[in-house]
Design a protein around this ligand. Sequence first.
Ligand SMILES: NC(=O)c1ccc[n+]([C@@H]2O[C@H](COP(=O)([O-])OP(=O)(O)OC[C@H]3O[C@@H](n4cnc5c(N)ncnc54)[C@H](O)[C@@H]3O)[C@@H](O)[C@H]2O)c1
Length: 339
Amino acid sequence: MMTINSAIIGCGAIHHRHAAAIHALPETTLRAVVDTDPSRGRQWASQYGCHGYQDYREMLRDPAIDVVHICTPHYLHKSMIIAALKAGKHVFCEKPIALNTHEAAEIAQAAASARGRLAVCYQNRYNPTSQAMAEALRHSSCGKMLSIKAALTWSRSETYYTASGWRGIFSTEGGSLLINQAIHTLDLIQWLAGGVVRVKGVTDSSWLATAIETEDSAMAMLELANGARGLFYATNCHTTDSPLALEIHCERGTLQLRDNTLWRITDKGREQLASDSVPENAKSYWGSSHQLAISDFYQAIQRSGTVQYCNVKQACQSLQLVEAIYRSSQLRQWITVSG
Ligand SMILES: NC(=O)c1ccc[n+]([C@@H]2O[C@H](COP(=O)([O-])OP(=O)(O)OC[C@H]3O[C@@H](n4cnc5c(N)ncnc54)[C@H](O)[C@@H]3O)[C@@H](O)[C@H]2O)c1
């Protein structure tokens, strides 16, 4: 097995999950971290015993670095992904792939001719409960899917937005609740249903309206590609981060995700199918599966094996859905989700 050298760009809130995952992988070394904030970069470079850079382009010139993790604000993803691919690196980027689908198309073009692989972090697909839902649907253990209902009620304070100035601004975050937090839930819905045909939705801001120019709440109705119906509600205005509540109603029963545990409910009773554990120091609402998602990507790199990780095409699907909800809210009409 060859040794892999990694670098992380952006040493903010989420980078800890990436650093922990890299440290847990065999034959893998965290060789560098990058942050434009010099004290933050120095602190983490010294903590991890690795190189510290302020300019990611300088880091990209290190030929020993194989994989670059991008954990920066959304508006930087496109230029960083393309530069890293051009430098011959593999890239593991945090969601969303970019600010919008125009940028995502440019990335797809660069990825098509790149030597390196590109994955986007939708770690919740790897949750044992998500895998069990997909498995139950594949085997039709409850019959055909009729509808999916998802409610995501999280809490983001004004301080969350002031602490990182790029959040809450269209030009740097691309939106807020939908593109940052609820995109995981929308990704799960479209992944489980095999896509979305059209959507009608509303976005608004209420409790956070004075702190952000973007949305803090949204609801949407979805026509799913498998003929089922999707009902979606999300907000950042709750006073706590409740675990995602998701229900899949099928012809002969219901799959119910509550408190990170998946149940199958049929006329024979209630049966537990899976449960998600939360690693130490991880926030439960982020999901527990960064380690699994990152490990999957590294295995694909090492073995040139089958692509299971979320690639550019798949990462674009949830972004298209997010954009369609924004557009539907503006136009007050159903929007076709291009696929
Ligand atoms: N998968 C998940 O569950 C999850 C959870 C949280 C955040 N995220 C994603 O992770 C990304 C980062 O979010 P965050 O909450 O950690 O943000 P953050 O604001 O906490 O951290 C961003 C870091 O990037 C640094 N940075 C800014 N510009 C830079 C540049 N040009 N070069 C190098 N570093 C630079 C900042 O100084 C900061 O340290 C976003 O895409 C976000 O959506 C994903």
